[in-house]
Design a protein around this ligand. Structure first.
Ligand code: G3P
Ligand code: MG
Length: 245
Protein backbone atom coordinates (compact mmCIF):
# COMPACT_ATOMS: atom_id res chain seq x y z
CA UNK A 1 0.00 0.00 0.00
CA UNK A 2 0.91 3.60 -0.42
CA UNK A 3 3.45 5.46 1.67
CA UNK A 4 2.62 8.83 0.17
CA UNK A 5 -0.04 10.96 1.84
CA UNK A 6 -3.27 11.53 -0.04
CA UNK A 7 -3.69 15.18 -0.97
CA UNK A 8 -6.16 15.94 -3.71
CA UNK A 9 -5.67 18.60 -6.37
CA UNK A 10 -8.49 20.74 -7.79
CA UNK A 11 -8.34 19.08 -11.22
CA UNK A 12 -8.95 15.33 -11.55
CA UNK A 13 -8.95 13.81 -15.04
CA UNK A 14 -12.27 12.01 -15.65
CA UNK A 15 -11.87 8.44 -16.96
CA UNK A 16 -8.31 9.62 -17.67
CA UNK A 17 -8.87 12.47 -20.09
CA UNK A 18 -12.13 11.27 -21.65
CA UNK A 19 -12.56 14.29 -23.90
CA UNK A 20 -9.17 13.81 -25.52
CA UNK A 21 -8.62 10.04 -25.67
CA UNK A 22 -10.78 6.92 -25.37
CA UNK A 23 -12.07 6.78 -21.78
CA UNK A 24 -10.69 4.36 -19.19
CA UNK A 25 -7.67 3.36 -21.29
CA UNK A 26 -3.97 3.62 -20.43
CA UNK A 27 -3.59 6.19 -23.21
CA UNK A 28 -6.32 8.29 -21.61
CA UNK A 29 -4.57 8.18 -18.23
CA UNK A 30 -1.23 9.15 -19.81
CA UNK A 31 -2.92 11.95 -21.77
CA UNK A 32 -4.34 13.42 -18.55
CA UNK A 33 -0.81 13.59 -17.17
CA UNK A 34 0.48 15.21 -20.39
CA UNK A 35 -2.16 17.90 -20.00
CA UNK A 36 -0.97 18.68 -16.47
CA UNK A 37 -3.37 16.66 -14.32
CA UNK A 38 -1.82 15.09 -11.22
CA UNK A 39 -4.80 12.83 -10.43
CA UNK A 40 -7.21 10.80 -12.55
CA UNK A 41 -10.49 9.01 -11.95
CA UNK A 42 -11.38 5.70 -13.60
CA UNK A 43 -14.08 3.03 -13.30
CA UNK A 44 -13.35 -0.56 -12.26
CA UNK A 45 -15.67 -3.45 -13.22
CA UNK A 46 -15.32 -7.24 -13.18
CA UNK A 47 -15.20 -9.40 -16.30
CA UNK A 48 -16.72 -12.88 -16.41
CA UNK A 49 -14.21 -14.66 -14.17
CA UNK A 50 -13.69 -11.83 -11.73
CA UNK A 51 -10.90 -10.06 -13.66
CA UNK A 52 -10.82 -6.38 -12.65
CA UNK A 53 -10.77 -4.07 -15.67
CA UNK A 54 -11.22 -0.38 -16.40
CA UNK A 55 -14.68 -0.01 -17.87
CA UNK A 56 -17.75 2.19 -17.54
CA UNK A 57 -20.78 0.55 -19.14
CA UNK A 58 -22.28 -2.87 -18.46
CA UNK A 59 -21.97 -3.69 -22.17
CA UNK A 60 -19.04 -3.16 -24.49
CA UNK A 61 -21.13 -1.77 -27.36
CA UNK A 62 -20.51 1.96 -26.84
CA UNK A 63 -16.74 1.98 -26.38
CA UNK A 64 -15.45 -1.01 -28.34
CA UNK A 65 -16.01 -2.58 -31.75
CA UNK A 66 -17.65 -5.59 -30.07
CA UNK A 67 -20.96 -6.20 -28.40
CA UNK A 68 -22.22 -8.03 -25.34
CA UNK A 69 -22.23 -7.79 -21.56
CA UNK A 70 -18.92 -7.34 -19.71
CA UNK A 71 -20.11 -9.88 -17.12
CA UNK A 72 -20.49 -12.52 -19.87
CA UNK A 73 -17.03 -12.03 -21.39
CA UNK A 74 -13.68 -13.21 -20.10
CA UNK A 75 -10.67 -10.91 -20.03
CA UNK A 76 -9.10 -12.66 -23.02
CA UNK A 77 -12.35 -12.31 -24.99
CA UNK A 78 -12.60 -8.63 -24.07
CA UNK A 79 -9.01 -8.02 -25.12
CA UNK A 80 -9.78 -9.05 -28.68
CA UNK A 81 -11.88 -5.95 -29.17
CA UNK A 82 -10.61 -2.53 -30.08
CA UNK A 83 -11.27 0.11 -27.40
CA UNK A 84 -9.92 3.12 -29.30
CA UNK A 85 -11.40 3.11 -32.78
CA UNK A 86 -14.87 4.26 -31.65
CA UNK A 87 -13.29 7.46 -30.34
CA UNK A 88 -10.98 8.22 -33.25
CA UNK A 89 -9.12 6.10 -35.82
CA UNK A 90 -5.89 7.53 -34.38
CA UNK A 91 -6.46 5.29 -31.34
CA UNK A 92 -6.76 2.05 -33.31
CA UNK A 93 -5.27 -0.86 -31.37
CA UNK A 94 -6.14 0.41 -27.89
CA UNK A 95 -7.16 -2.41 -25.54
CA UNK A 96 -9.28 -2.53 -22.38
CA UNK A 97 -6.76 -2.32 -19.52
CA UNK A 98 -6.75 -4.34 -16.34
CA UNK A 99 -6.84 -2.55 -12.99
CA UNK A 100 -3.32 -3.85 -12.29
CA UNK A 101 -2.02 -2.37 -15.56
CA UNK A 102 -3.60 0.94 -14.62
CA UNK A 103 -1.81 0.86 -11.25
CA UNK A 104 1.53 0.31 -13.00
CA UNK A 105 0.79 3.25 -15.31
CA UNK A 106 -0.08 5.48 -12.34
CA UNK A 107 3.28 4.65 -10.74
CA UNK A 108 5.16 5.26 -14.01
CA UNK A 109 3.40 8.57 -14.58
CA UNK A 110 3.49 9.76 -10.96
CA UNK A 111 -0.29 10.12 -10.86
CA UNK A 112 -2.75 9.76 -7.99
CA UNK A 113 -6.15 8.18 -8.58
CA UNK A 114 -9.77 7.99 -7.58
CA UNK A 115 -10.80 4.38 -8.10
CA UNK A 116 -14.53 4.27 -8.77
CA UNK A 117 -15.99 0.82 -8.12
CA UNK A 118 -18.47 0.34 -10.95
CA UNK A 119 -20.14 -3.02 -10.35
CA UNK A 120 -22.46 -4.69 -12.80
CA UNK A 121 -25.88 -5.27 -11.24
CA UNK A 122 -25.70 -7.92 -8.52
CA UNK A 123 -21.88 -7.92 -8.37
CA UNK A 124 -21.51 -5.02 -5.92
CA UNK A 125 -19.84 -6.85 -3.05
CA UNK A 126 -17.79 -9.11 -5.30
CA UNK A 127 -16.42 -6.14 -7.27
CA UNK A 128 -15.57 -4.20 -4.11
CA UNK A 129 -13.86 -7.25 -2.59
CA UNK A 130 -11.72 -7.70 -5.70
CA UNK A 131 -10.79 -4.01 -5.77
CA UNK A 132 -9.90 -4.03 -2.06
CA UNK A 133 -7.68 -7.12 -2.50
CA UNK A 134 -5.87 -5.67 -5.49
CA UNK A 135 -5.29 -2.36 -3.76
CA UNK A 136 -3.88 -4.23 -0.77
CA UNK A 137 -1.58 -6.37 -2.89
CA UNK A 138 -0.63 -4.15 -5.84
CA UNK A 139 -1.13 -0.47 -5.07
CA UNK A 140 2.28 1.11 -5.83
CA UNK A 141 4.16 2.24 -2.75
CA UNK A 142 5.45 5.40 -4.46
CA UNK A 143 1.91 6.54 -5.24
CA UNK A 144 -0.50 8.46 -3.02
CA UNK A 145 -3.16 6.25 -1.44
CA UNK A 146 -6.18 6.17 -3.72
CA UNK A 147 -9.58 7.56 -2.97
CA UNK A 148 -12.19 4.85 -3.48
CA UNK A 149 -15.70 5.82 -4.47
CA UNK A 150 -18.90 4.17 -5.61
CA UNK A 151 -22.56 4.85 -6.21
CA UNK A 152 -23.13 1.47 -4.54
CA UNK A 153 -23.57 1.53 -0.78
CA UNK A 154 -22.82 -2.20 -0.70
CA UNK A 155 -19.48 -1.60 -2.40
CA UNK A 156 -18.57 1.19 0.01
CA UNK A 157 -19.58 -1.03 2.95
CA UNK A 158 -17.12 -3.69 1.75
CA UNK A 159 -14.15 -1.35 1.35
CA UNK A 160 -14.99 0.25 4.70
CA UNK A 161 -14.66 -3.18 6.26
CA UNK A 162 -11.77 -4.59 4.19
CA UNK A 163 -9.47 -1.59 3.82
CA UNK A 164 -10.67 1.01 6.36
CA UNK A 165 -7.35 2.87 6.10
CA UNK A 166 -7.95 3.83 2.46
CA UNK A 167 -9.91 7.08 1.99
CA UNK A 168 -13.50 6.62 0.79
CA UNK A 169 -16.04 8.90 -0.85
CA UNK A 170 -19.73 8.22 -1.29
CA UNK A 171 -20.72 8.97 -4.86
CA UNK A 172 -24.11 10.53 -5.59
CA UNK A 173 -25.98 11.78 -8.62
CA UNK A 174 -28.47 13.70 -6.52
CA UNK A 175 -28.06 13.66 -2.75
CA UNK A 176 -30.73 11.53 -1.04
CA UNK A 177 -32.39 12.95 2.07
CA UNK A 178 -30.46 10.52 4.28
CA UNK A 179 -27.03 11.31 2.80
CA UNK A 180 -25.63 12.31 6.20
CA UNK A 181 -26.50 8.91 7.66
CA UNK A 182 -25.00 7.07 4.68
CA UNK A 183 -21.75 9.05 4.76
CA UNK A 184 -21.45 8.64 8.55
CA UNK A 185 -22.26 4.91 8.50
CA UNK A 186 -19.29 4.16 6.25
CA UNK A 187 -17.04 6.88 7.70
CA UNK A 188 -16.56 8.49 4.29
CA UNK A 189 -13.97 11.23 3.97
CA UNK A 190 -15.71 13.11 1.16
CA UNK A 191 -18.76 13.44 -1.05
CA UNK A 192 -18.54 13.07 -4.81
CA UNK A 193 -21.60 14.38 -6.64
CA UNK A 194 -23.01 15.68 -9.86
CA UNK A 195 -22.62 19.35 -10.72
CA UNK A 196 -26.29 19.33 -11.79
CA UNK A 197 -27.53 18.99 -8.22
CA UNK A 198 -24.96 20.99 -6.32
CA UNK A 199 -26.31 23.83 -4.16
CA UNK A 200 -24.68 26.33 -1.83
CA UNK A 201 -26.68 25.06 1.14
CA UNK A 202 -25.46 21.56 0.49
CA UNK A 203 -21.87 22.77 0.37
CA UNK A 204 -22.44 24.53 3.70
CA UNK A 205 -23.92 21.35 5.22
CA UNK A 206 -20.98 19.27 4.02
CA UNK A 207 -18.49 21.85 5.31
CA UNK A 208 -20.22 21.77 8.70
CA UNK A 209 -19.58 18.02 8.77
CA UNK A 210 -15.95 18.55 7.71
CA UNK A 211 -16.56 16.79 4.38
CA UNK A 212 -14.90 18.02 1.20
CA UNK A 213 -17.14 18.00 -1.89
CA UNK A 214 -15.82 16.92 -5.29
CA UNK A 215 -17.95 17.45 -8.37
CA UNK A 216 -18.38 15.72 -11.75
CA UNK A 217 -18.28 16.30 -14.71
CA UNK A 218 -17.05 19.83 -15.31
CA UNK A 219 -15.66 20.74 -18.73
CA UNK A 220 -16.29 24.50 -18.74
CA UNK A 221 -13.40 26.55 -17.29
CA UNK A 222 -15.79 29.32 -16.15
CA UNK A 223 -17.88 26.83 -14.23
CA UNK A 224 -14.74 25.30 -12.74
CA UNK A 225 -13.64 28.71 -11.47
CA UNK A 226 -17.07 29.36 -9.96
CA UNK A 227 -17.04 25.98 -8.22
CA UNK A 228 -13.61 26.64 -6.78
CA UNK A 229 -14.83 30.00 -5.46
CA UNK A 230 -17.80 28.19 -3.87
CA UNK A 231 -15.42 25.94 -1.96
CA UNK A 232 -15.59 22.76 -4.04
CA UNK A 233 -12.37 20.85 -3.36
CA UNK A 234 -11.97 19.10 -6.72
CA UNK A 235 -13.67 18.68 -10.06
CA UNK A 236 -13.63 15.72 -12.42
CA UNK A 237 -13.04 16.88 -15.98
CA UNK A 238 -12.82 15.24 -19.41
CA UNK A 239 -10.70 18.22 -20.52
CA UNK A 240 -7.66 18.70 -18.31
CA UNK A 241 -6.22 20.70 -21.22
CA UNK A 242 -8.85 23.43 -20.64
CA UNK A 243 -9.00 23.41 -16.84
CA UNK A 244 -5.80 23.74 -14.85
CA UNK A 245 -5.04 23.74 -11.15
O1 G3P B 1 -16.55 9.40 -10.22
C1 G3P B 1 -17.17 10.50 -10.81
C2 G3P B 1 -17.92 10.11 -12.05
O2 G3P B 1 -17.08 9.34 -12.86
C3 G3P B 1 -19.19 9.36 -11.76
O3 G3P B 1 -19.96 9.12 -12.90
O4 G3P B 1 -20.82 7.73 -14.70
O5 G3P B 1 -18.82 9.12 -15.10
O6 G3P B 1 -18.67 7.10 -13.67
P1 G3P B 1 -19.54 8.22 -14.13
MG1 MG C 1 -16.62 7.26 -13.00
Amino acid sequence: MAQVETELPFVIGHRGAAGLAPENTLTSIIRAKKEGATWVEFDVMLARYGEAILFHNETIDRTTNGSGAVADLSLSELRKFDAGLWFDPAFLGERIPTFVEAMVTLAQQGLGANVEIKPTKGAERETATAVARLIKSDWPSNTAAPVISSFSEDAIAVVHQEIPEVPRAMLFWKLPTDWREIVSRYECDAIHMSDRHLTLSLLADAAAMGLPVRVYTVNDPERARALRDMGVQSIFTDRPDLIKD
